[in-house]
Design a protein around this ligand. Structure first.
Ligand SMILES: [Cu+2]
Length: 569
C-alpha cells in the first residue's frame, strides 16, 4: 500500500480521535495545502562571464529560486517542462548491437526532466507513481510540453537545514545539471531558534559548474546541448556521433562529456568566479588532465564587523567538482553537514597555506556544509577558497569562491555551545543494532567493454544501471552497515574518488579508511576517496518504495554508476 493511500484512508476515517488522526508516516496531522511553487523548465539565453550562453534553467535563473519549507509542512512544486522536443530517435534506432544495459546508460532524452529533492527524508519520488514498490516501474518522465505537481509532507522529526533540488531523469540528469538546473531548499525549524544563530546574518552560497561548447552554426553562442549519441573526447578535444561499437561516425560541435569541457564556468550564486578551458596539450603518462584555469572574479563579498558572527550555508551543486574548503584566517564552527546539524559546533581551525587534506570541511559534489564564522578582530579581506585537489579524473585548481570583508566598529557576538538534537537520527545507531553488512563498489572500466558509445563502463557491484533491476532489497526498519569503495580501478579507470549518495534516508559516517569519524556525522552524500573504504550505518525508516543510490559525479551516474534499492514493508 502506498503512503498516500494510507493517508487517504486516515483522512476518510470519521470516527478517529484527534490523536489518531496523526499521519503514521509523518507524525503530522494533515497539513494545510501549501502554495504551489511553479518551476518552469526552459531555455534562456544570457551573458555569463562575457560569453553568450543558452542554457536549460528553472524559471530562467541560475541557480533556481531558493525554496523554504519546514517539518509537517506540505511542499508543493509543479514542474512545467517548456523545453522544445529533443530528437532521441538515433538512440532507439542507431545503437543496434549495444547490450540493453549499456543502451540505457547512453545519455538520451535530454529535454525530458523530473524532480529530486536531494536529502529530504520524504516519500520516494523518482519512479512512477510516487511511492511505488513496483520493481518494473520507470523513472518519472516529464516530457516537453508536460507538467507534474509534486507534493511532499516532511515528517514531524525532519532535520532542519540546507537541502537542494535538481532533475534526476536517467539519461538527462548530467546535461541538465551542467546547464545550471539546481536550487537550494531550506528546511526551517529548530536550528534557526538557537539564539546565537538567530542573531547572525545568514547567507546561502550555491556553487555550480556549467559545461559549455561553442556552436559551429552560431559562433559566439555557448551551450551544452549535444545531439543524440554525440560524445566528446577529453583526449582529442573533439566530438563525434558514435555507433554502437564506439566508432566515430560524424564530427559534431558538441558531445556528452564524462568530465572535461571546452569551457567550464564555476558560478557562486549565479555569478561566474572561475573558468576552465580544455587543455589541448596531452597529459604526460600517469598524469591527470589539467584544464587551463583562471579566476574571473572573487565572488560575492560579505561585510562583517570585527567580532560579528555570520552563518554560511554552502551547497556544492557542482556536477563534478569536489571542494576542499577553507575560510582564511578564521576558525570554522561547523554546525551541520547535508542538512543534519551536530549537537554542538565543531571548531575547525584554519591552517595557513593549507593544501588538500588540510581543509576545514570537505564538500562532496551534492553535499552541503553549514558553518558559523566569528569575524576576526583584525579588519581586512579574507577569502573563502576551494583548495586545489587532484582526487578526480581532472585536476581541480584552487579557486576563490567568496570574500569576507571585516570593517567597522568591533562587536562581540556569542557562538552557541550546544545545538538541538536532530530527533530523527537520535539516539544514534548502536553497533549491536546492525543486522546486515553490505559491500558497495564503484566500478570503472576503460576502455569500455559494454558501453562503447560513452567509452567507459561505469557501474556498481559489477553492474551498470538497469532501471527495472532491483539488486538490493531492505526491510523497513532494518539497520545496515555498508562499506563503500572503488574497485581500485584495476580495469583501467582513473585513480579517482566518487561521492556516494542514497535517497530517502540519511546515514551516519562511521569511518573513512582507518580513521574513525566523530559520532553524529550524518550525511546523504559522502566523498569516497580512491582506494579508501568508507563505512556508513543506515536505518531504513518510515518510507517504503523503490529508490536509488549512486555516484554523485553526475556524468558517472548518467552513464551507469547507479543502482536501485527496494524498501519493503
Ligand atoms: Cu563516480
Amino acid at each position: 500500500m502506498s503512503p498516500f493511500s494510507r493517508r487517504d484512508l486516515l483522512k476518510a476515517g470519521t470516527t478517529l480521535t484527534a490523536a489518531l488522526a496523526l499521519n503514521p508516516l509523518t507524525g503530522c496531522s494533515d497539513p494545510e495545502p501549501s502554495d504551489v511553487t511553479e518551476l518552469d523548465v526552459k531555455f534562456v539565453t544570457m551573458m555569463l562571464a562575457g560569453y553568450k550562453v543558452r542554457l536549460r534553467t528553472y524559471g530562467g535563473t541560475i541557480p533556481g529560486p531558493t525554496l523554504k519549507t519546514k517539518p509537517c509542512a506540505q511542499l508543493a512544486i509543479r514542474i512545467r517542462n517548456e523545453l522544445p522536443p529533443y530528437d532521441s530517435s538515433a538512440w532507439h534506432h542507431g545503437l543496434k548491437g549495444l547490450p540493453e544495459m549499456a543502451h540505457m546508460n547512453v545519455p538520451h532524452m535530454l529535454n525530458t526532466t523530473n524532480l529530486h529533492v536531494h536529502g529530504l527524508e520524504v516519500v520516494p519520488h523518482l519512479f512512477e507513481p510516487v511511492g511505488t514498490s513496483d520493481p518494473s516501474s520507470q523513472m518519472i518522465a516529464i516530457d516537453p510540453g508536460q507538467d507534474k505537481l509534486y507534493t511532499f509532507t516532511l515528517p514531524e522529526d525532519h532535520p532542519t537545514g540546507l537541502y537542494w533540488y535538481h532533475p534526476h531523469h536517467h539519461g538527462s540528469t548530467a546535461v541538465q545539471v551542467q546547464n545550471g538546473m539546481a536550487g537550494a531548499l531550506i528546511v526551517e525549524g529548530a536550528i534557526d531558534q538557537v539564539p546565537e544563530i538567530a542573531a547572525a546574518q545568514q547567507h546561502v552560497i550555491a556553487i555550480q559548474d556549467i559545461g559549455l561548447f561553442e556552436s559551429a552554426k552560431e559562433p559566439g553562442l555557448w551551450s551544452y546541448d549535444p545531439q543524440q549519441n554525440a560524445i566528446y573526447s577529453t583526449g582529442t578535444g573533439k566530438s563525434f556521433i558514435k555507433d554502437a561499437q564506439g566508432n566515430d561516425k560524424e564530427p559534431v560541435d558538441s558531445g556528452f562529456s564524462t568530465g572535461d569541457f571546452p569551457l567550464r564556468l564555476f558560478l557562486v550564486n549565479g555569478q561566474p568566479v572561475f573558468q576552465e578551458t580544455h587543455n589541448p596539450v596531452p597529459p604526460q603518462p600517469n598524469q591527470q588532465p589539467k584544464p587551463i584555469g583562471s579566476q574571473l572574479d572573487d565572488g560575492p563579498r560579505y561585510t562583517l564587523r570585527p567580532g560579528e558572527v555570520v552563518r554560511f550555508r554552502m551547497l556544492n551543486g557542482c556536477s563534478d567538482n569536489l571542494i576542499p574548503l577553507v575560510v582564511e584566517g578564521h576558525t570554522m564552527q561547523l554546525i551541520a553537514m547535508d542538512g543534519v546539524n551536530f549537537t554542538a559546533p565543531r571548531p575547525r581551525p584554519y591552517v595557513p597555506d593549507a593544501v588538500d587534506g588540510q581543509e576545514q570541511v570537505l564538500l562532496a559534489p551534492g553535499g552541503r556544509a553549514e558553518f558559523l564564522i566569528k569575524a576576526s578582530s583584525t579588519p581586512g579581506i579574507y577569502r573563502i577558497r576551494q583548495l586545489a585537489q587532484s582526487q578526480q579524473f581532472l585536476e581541480s585548481a584552487g579557486k576563490i569562491l567568496a570574500e569576507i570583508e571585516i570593517s567597522g566598529e568591533p562587536m562581540d557576538m556569542a557562538l552557541p555551545t550546544s545545538l538541538p538534537e536532530p530527533k530523527r537520527h537520535y539516539p544514534l545507531i548502536r553497533p549491536d543494532e546492525v543486522q546486515n553488512h553490505r559491500s558497495i563498489t564503484f566500478d570503472m572500466m576503460y576502455p569500455a567493454e559494454m558501453n562503447k558509445v560513452v567509452g567507459i563502463d561505469f557501474g556498481i557491484n559489477g553492474e551498470m544501471y538497469d532501471e527495472t533491476a532491483v539488486p538490493i532489497e531492505v526491510k523497513l526498519g532494518a539497520v545496515e552497515e555498508w562499506t563503500i569503495q572503488d574497485n581500485g580501478h584495476a580495469h583501467g579507470g582513473s585513480a579517482e574518488g566518487h561521492p556516494f549518495h542514497i535517497h530517502t534516508n540519511s546515514f551516519e559516517v562511521i569511518s573513512i579508511g582507518d580513521k574513525p569519524v566523530e559520532p553524529g556525522t550524518l550525511h546523504d552524500t559522502v566523498w569516497v576517496p580512491h582506494n579508501t573504504p568508507v563505512r556508513i550505518r543506515i536505518r531504513f525508516k518510515e518510507w517504503t518504495g523503490k529508490i536509488v543510490f549512486h555516484c554523485h559525479i553526475i556524468p558517472h551516474e548518467d552513464s551507469g554508476m547507479m543502482q536501485n534499492l527496494m524498501l519493503r514493508p
